[in-house]
Design a protein around this ligand. Structure first.
Ligand code: PLP
Length: 209
């Protein structure tokens, strides 16, 4: 508030680079965890009729953001010990329309990511991790954020850290992350090295997607 810049500015750049360092994966911030999930489903090319396998034990945004693209949510069940999606029950839910598995790290306890990674790779599916509860958590020594194809954090006041409203998207896949960042920023490109047209002034910017 005391600087002369509100929203997407230098402090946001710094926050993003500190998050990326902390979780050891590239990331960018968004206005909410819900916005992050929306980005994730957009960049995997979710279309009407596609199916997302997920957990029934979560907040509505995990699924409403996929339904906004016309996707069908196929529910698995959770393990009694963790409240997390049970990988053993997921394989039989996969059809030719399945596009992704979206896990939730319930109450901060990471989902069984190794098993879900194996299933996702075997059937060529995306693994999306709704990590709204698990910023700062580790899975087998590795920080949450660098394991699933796309990981979403929320900084809503009820989560591990808060920015009032806010969220982040992380990935180890630079191509997916770049697409997600572009989607979050209206497809706008302001980096002159990435321009496709000849700039016609200092305010030149391009909507490339
Ligand atoms: C809070 C939450 C979200 C949504 O995050 P917002 O920042 O409130 O939009 C999504 N998924 C889960 C599991 C959550 O707990």
């Amino acid at each position: 508030m005391k600087s002369e810049w509100l929203t997407i500015g230098l402090l946001v750049d710094e926050f993003e680079s500190r998050i990326s360092k902390f979780i050891d994966a590239e990331s960018f911030v968004v206005s909410s965890g819900t916005a992050g999930l929306h980005c994730a489903y957009a960049v995997i090319g979710l279309n009407p009729g596609d199916e997302i396998i997920s957990t029934p034990l979560t907040f509505v945004a995990t699924h409403s953001t996929a339904m906004a693209f016309g996707a069908k949510i196929v529910f698995g069940d959770v393990k009694q010990t963790t409240g997390n999606l049970d990988p053993g029950l997921v394989e039989k839910l996969i059809t030719e329309n399945t596009k992704a598995i979206t896990v939730v790290d319930y109450a901060g306890h990471p989902a069984d990511l190794a098993s879900f990674r194996d299933i996702a790779d075997k059937y060529n599916l995306y693994l999306i991790e709704d990590a709204a509860h698990s910023f700062g958590a580790k899975y087998r020594g590795k920080s949450i954020g660098g394991i699933a194809d796309l990981t979403i954090f929320s900084f809503f006041p009820t989560k591990n850290i808060t920015t009032g409203e806010g969220g982040a998207v992380a990935s180890l896949n630079p191509d997916l992350l770049d697409k997600a960042r572009k989607f979050a920023r209206h497809g706008l490109v302001r980096n002159s090295t990435k321009f496709k047209m000849k700039p016609d002034g200092p305010w030149h910017q391009e909507v490339q997607s």
